[in-house]
Design a protein around this ligand. Structure first.
Ligand code: AMP
Ligand code: FE
Ligand code: FE
Ligand code: ZN
Length: 284
């Protein structure tokens, strides 16, 4: 039997992707994927729609990507198969989403005050779920200031620390790992070496994360060059962490394709074995 095609990191309109969850699962199957994880930022809000539309032959891993921080550096924690009703994690995710709304409004108002034509009303229309900088970026693109969403992530616009960037609430990453594990889920560090997005954490921090219950490192990712992948592969071996790969698909907000990077069957099976919430993989 050929190896299953396993993509463990994607976004839908429940956060800052442009593909609705029901369309995403159909597209994933049409494009030959066997396993898809839905990992919207700080929310399980897309799970139900993805589940209802799940096509034959596709396994759905329900997850989220949790906004975290360590030493002032933002980092993203993938959380798989957690119990969405576990109160501590659910409350933390709610607080993260609430903070994102106030922060996006502040960004929009700063842009509006400078006569860019961007409005908070328009940003709200563009965001169907968890609001994020890509929605603000879309509004900047619509007003003709930059050519695409990526081009808005610069110091002049909304790149980290940029003119119109406003920070949001983030969980201390060790607390985040414990919350995910406490909700029976499996934490994996997303794109640990994505230097294009801003500063990245040291190997010592990754070792602390491993000690706190981290299960894997997302090694194969569009934002990692060969050197970063080699380094992370070595680190995963040293720390006893799984090595995953995934597309981080965001629809039209990024150029990456579904299944562009994938996870091995062996790593996937080990990841499933670490899930304790009783939240099953659906379909397949
Ligand atoms: P936020 O979570 O609201 O701070 O926004 C971060 C999101 O913006 C990430 O999850 C990506 O989807 C997107 N993003 C970050 N950097 C870039 C970039 N250089 N080009 C396109 N999208 C980006
Ligand atoms: Fe995103
Ligand atoms: Fe991310
Ligand atoms: Zn992501």
């Amino acid at each position: 039997m050929p190896a299953r095609v396993i993509d463990l990191h994607t976004h839908s309109t429940a956060s800052d992707g442009t593909t609705p969850p029901d369309v995403l699962v159909r597209e994933a199957r049409e494009q030959g994927l066997d396993v898809l994880a839905l990992t919207d930022h700080d929310t399980a809000g897309g799970w139900a729609a993805a589940e209802q539309a799940l096509p034959d032959g596709l396994a759905l891993v329900r997850g989220a990507e949790v906004s975290c921080v360590r030493d002032g550096i933002s980092l993203h924690l993938l959380a798989y198969l957690f119990d969405p009703d576990e109160p501590a994690l659910a409350e933390a995710l709610r607080a993260l989403r609430e903070s994102r709304v106030g922060r996006a409004e502040q960004m929009a108002r700063l842009l509006e005050a400078d006569g860019t034509g961007v409005t908070w009303a328009r940003v709200q229309e563009l965001a169907g779920g968890t609001v994020g900088r890509p929605h603000v970026a879309q509004a900047i693109v619509e007003q003709g200031h930059v050519v695409d969403v990526s081009a808005a992530f610069t110091p002049d616009w909304i790149g980290t620390g940029g003119r119109y960037d406003v920070s949001k609430l983030e969980l201390d990453v060790l607390a985040g790992i414990r919350l995910v594990v406490g909700a029976g889920g499996v934490p994996v560090f997303a794109h640990p070496c994505a230097t294009a997005r801003g500063r990245t954490v040291s190997d010592d921090v990754i070792a602390e994360m491993a000690a706190a219950g981290l299960v894997g490192l997302e090694v194969d990712h569009v934002d990692h060059d060969e050197a970063a992948r080699a380094h992370l592969t070595g680190l995963a071996g040293e720390l006893g962490l799984l090595r995953t790969g995934s597309s981080d698909f965001h629809g039209a907000n990024k150029t990456v394709r579904l299944g562009e990077h994938t996870t091995s069957e062996a790593a996937y099976e080990q990841l499933l074995a670490a899930a304790l919430a009783g939240t099953p993989v659906l379909g397949g």
